[in-house]
Design a protein around this ligand. Sequence first.
Ligand code: MG
Length: 488
Amino acid sequence: MKRKQNISRREALRVLGVLGGAAVGSTLLPGTLLSKTTRVIQKKVPGLLKGPKRPPNIIILFADDLGYGDLSCYGHPTIHTPNFDRMAAEGVKFTQFCVAASVCTASRGALLTGRLPVRNGMTGVLGPYSKNGLSPKEITIAAALKTKGYATGCFGKWHLGDRSPYLPTDHGFDYFYGIPYSDDMAPNTNPTAISAQYWPSIPLMRNDKIIEQPAPLDTLGPKIHKEAIRFIHEHHAHPFFLYFPYTNPHNPPHPSKEFRGKSLQGLYGDAVQEIDWSAGQIFKTLRELHLEEDTFVFFSSDNGPWLFWKEDAGSAGMLRGGKGTAWEGGFREPGIAWWPGHIQNGVTTEAIASSMDLFTTSLSLAGVKPPSDRIIDGVDLMPLLRGEKASVRDELFYYVGKKLFALRKGPWKLHFHTKRALGAPTKNSMRLPLFFNLDKDPGEKYNLTERSEEYDVDNPYVHEIHKMLEIVKRQRASLGENNPPGWR
Ligand code: MG
């Protein structure tokens, strides 16, 4: 006779002590409820896809603090983004694409290295007087692609260290033109922050030199855009990697004069529409140079909306939370891939994907082997983008700083900790753990563990929670592996 095993909330929380180093006191329970969430919808045309003639150019367009709901092709009613809408119509649009952290520095480090912030050391946010940056021992997409002769350029906001040896030119980029950290980290752009009064005014850099200080924000976007277009023209004959981390729409949003008043959502909406215009000009340039079939382009944003700024911030759509949290609103972003003739055309996918996958995908496209001396958390998206596989990953880890706040596996998301959004007025007082089915409840509103005071073995959620705790245990064990002493 099967013995009924009850697990109280106290016991469940004790089990969750694995996060603090305690042993997991249970074994895997049988059975599974995992449903297949990673189906591809709409059409797929793998038979018509070509193999590349040469390693493709790679362009990553990366907005700053733009939310999941801020493009018209993701449902925004008053911000118009016809170029991103067209990009989605001609490529693959993700509905479950997540970054690896919900703040700027940590998210960018993970994108460029394919490694979780807790592996590459960039877990927080750097400021103007930070003495550290992304370790020179980390390998960025740019550094990896240099080994295959790619020209590499970074245009926009870096935010992985404002001095050598942490600058873009120390990390595989031939060119850098932009600002070293966020546009609000200066007294002239953030007059209400006490700390900003002790910071220098915003510097504009070319490679490792400051060429203008303070850099006027209202002309920053057009200057950076122009340099990026010039980079494409100068390097169109050979493979190039263009990393374009926009300085907008991070607060304070700073659209240029031509875009002010063009949207119904104030300066924030204007700034998003200027990014859309810039992306449109990049596509136009690629077409004029006949590079569209030789260029892989991906668009996303580094983290969700900074809700502190209320109507002057972006929107995560139906998702909960924003920047700084482990809710989907902080991590899930628009994700659009484009490469005419080589990936699917006009497809929306519900497959789970991560910004770290762009590292592995870029190396794969360039024919570079991923480094074997360290753990890489990204996977190659190409089988998914070409329609050969319905999914390429099933798990996502949600770190906030150095602490694991949540884990996703398939449709399930288990929160071990929660945090209020940056600047939100009230503390979160929910009882932990929280457990959601993101397929049915993408807004994370209905906590499944609240349906019973006791976790019962016959309660199917217990099966999933135990399996996810085993995943956490394995993941924790992997941290630090292959990282030699003195790595950071
Ligand atoms: Mg950001």
